[in-house]
Structures are given as structure tokens and as C-alpha cells.
Design a protein around this ligand. Sequence first.
Ligand SMILES: Nc1ncnc2c1ncn2[C@@H]1O[C@H](COP(=O)(O)OP(=O)(O)OP(=O)(O)O)[C@@H](O)[C@H]1O
Ligand SMILES: CC(C)(CO)[C@@H](O)C(=O)[O-]
Ligand code: BAL
Length: 323
Amino acid sequence: MPLSLFSSQRPNQIEMSELEVLRDKALMRSWSRSRRCNGQTIALVPTMGFLHEGHLSLIRTAKSLADLIIVSIYVNPGQFSPSEDLSAYPSDFSGDLRKLSAAGVNAVFCPGELYHSASVNEFGDHQEAINGEREVASCLEDGGSGHETWIRVERLEKGMCGTSRPVFFRGVATVVAKLFNIVEPDVAVFGKKDYQQWRVICRMVRDLDFAVKVIGSNIIRDADGLAMSSRNVHLSPTQREKALSINRSLSKAKLAAEKGQKNCQDLKDLVKQTISEAGGKIDYVEIVEQQGLRPVEEISCPVVVCVAAWFGNVRLIDNLEID
Ligand SMILES: Nc1ncnc2c1ncn2[C@@H]1O[C@H](COP(=O)(O)OP(=O)(O)OP(=O)(O)O)[C@@H](O)[C@H]1O
Ligand SMILES: CC(C)(CO)[C@@H](O)C(=O)[O-]
Ligand code: BAL
């Protein structure tokens, strides 16, 4: 009997015209391996779903680089602290499938869980969860978890988002390594909106000899300049209006730098003032080297101005390169 994509049934694999929906690690790996054996190249676009035009631009970049495109959708518990917004992360799985299908994506990998649960021991035997505790690995789980291996990119993970979200890059690097091991892509595309994340992954790939080429794709903005982000959906109209100050502040800083302002403290102050005056709460503003993300005092090399700011309960990040 044909299965409806939007039914409540959750089979391992469903076909939707060209788009294949794969939920199982082993199926994903064999799908990839069989295509690679036929000489086809594979690009992976990792996402957390609730797809927007920013994600679709990564897919377009990916299509120019490989024969087949896989998009993963997985909201990774390992990169959220308990105080963060894991449970509020937006999702629209059927909408995502429609967008991926229209974008000509070949397969979507959407595992229910990517971590080994505490109830499966190292021999693969199922056991009772200890004290009925939550079985998914989360950033802080230690004793009793089925997952205890984490990747640290030791210097690049520090500072900026690494300061505000202390387990974030550990979780991102680990889950991306897992995705690379399962999908075995030739190329992976990440957005430069998450600039530090992109650099952390490039470094992990270099240091651990992953056979994957990592590509950074440009930031896509709404017509009014706000960087597209799944979390934008949580902004009220007033907060969204205020959040436009982020892009405005970055443009002001870039213009000032191009006019000769080289002092980074002054440029950072300009950014902070613009956002604060609009009603945003600054998390951080940093000016760092584009490659190594080391803080810069005077602009004398290609830099990137990175910002994180809160508007209500929504934390947004953005950045602008100054070459
Ligand atoms: N506006 C954008 N332009 C370019 N790439 C983007 C944009 N938004 C997200 N991406 C990229 O898409 C990939 C998946 O990101 P994710 O699914 O977390 O979406 P997001 O919009 O960044 O969500 P969040 O609200 O969590 O920041 C990442 O590589 C991210 O950098
Ligand atoms: C790279 C990623 C998919 C890892 O969970 C996530 O951090 C994201 O969507 O940017
Ligand atoms: N795009 C970043 C994913 C996160 O904020 O957890």
C-alpha cells in the first residue's frame, strides 16, 4: 500500500518523486556507497530543518559541486545546553520535504536519533534506562550515556559563540563528524552566517583528515537586510524591526573601515551602540581575522565583524567580512 509522506507512519524509507527520505544510518550509508561506486559524487548540506532561502542557496551551491545532493535534517541535542532553546526549535517537516523536492535534492537524511542511547550497551543489547532518565545524549550527559566521544577544536571553539554556548562547538563538530562518517560525502556546504561554525568544521576536517571538501556559502538576507535564520520565526514584528539594527550596524562599521577607521574598538563600539539603541541586548561583538578568528586591534588583514544579540528570547547571529 502506498504510504503518504504526511501520514503519521514513520517508515525507514519513503520515495517522493525524485526525493528519497532516509531515516536509518545504515540505509543512508548504503545509499551513498552504491552511488559513489557508480562514480557519482555527493554533496551534503547539514541542516536543522525549518528550511528557508538561506538553506536553499546552500543547496544551489552544492548542486554546482557534485552530482547528487543530500540534505540532512537533525536538531542535534548535543549542541544545546539545558538552558537553551532545543525544545522550542521550529520545525515543519512536510514543508521542508516540499522545498527539498522542488529544489531537486536527491535524498534527505532525517534520523530520529543519531546518538546511541543509554539503553543500548556496547554490545548492542537493549537495557532498561537508568532511573527512567532521558535516553538521548545531551551535552551534559556523562555517566550512563551510550555516547561519550566528543570532538573538540580546541582554539577555534573558544570565544564568540563558544563563550555564550560552551558546549555548542563540541556538539557541532561531533555531529558533523558523525554525518560525514554516515553519508561519506565528497563535498559539504555550510553557511557563512555561522562563520565560526564554518571555520571550526574546516579545521576539524583538516586536522582529522576527513576526505571531504568543505565549502562556505554566502549569507542570504531578506530584502530588508535581516540575515535569514530559522529562529527569525520567533521574532514579533517589533522585535524583527529592531533586529534590522544588526545588519545596519555591520554596514556602518564596514563603511567606516573603508573610509579609513582602522581601530577595532571604535568600530565595535559603533556596532554595539547601533544595536543597543534599537533595543537589542548585545551578546558579543568581535572583529577577528577571517581565517584564524584571532581578535584584531587594528585592521591590517581581511577581517570579519561578528555579532550575536538578543531580541526578546531570540538570539541572532550575523557577520560581515571586510577584505
Ligand atoms: N541566511 C543564511 N545564509 C546562508 N547560510 C545560512 C543562512 N541561514 C542558515 N544558513 C546555513 O544553513 C545551515 C543550516 O543551518 P540551520 O539549519 O541551523 O539554520 P539557521 O537558519 O542557521 O538556524 P538558526 O536559527 O538555528 O540559526 C548552516 O550551515 C547555516 O550556516
Ligand atoms: C551544522 C549543524 C547542522 C550541526 O547540527 C547545525 O549547527 C546548523 O544547522 O548550523
Ligand atoms: N545554525 C546554528 C545552529 C544552532 O544555533 O544550534
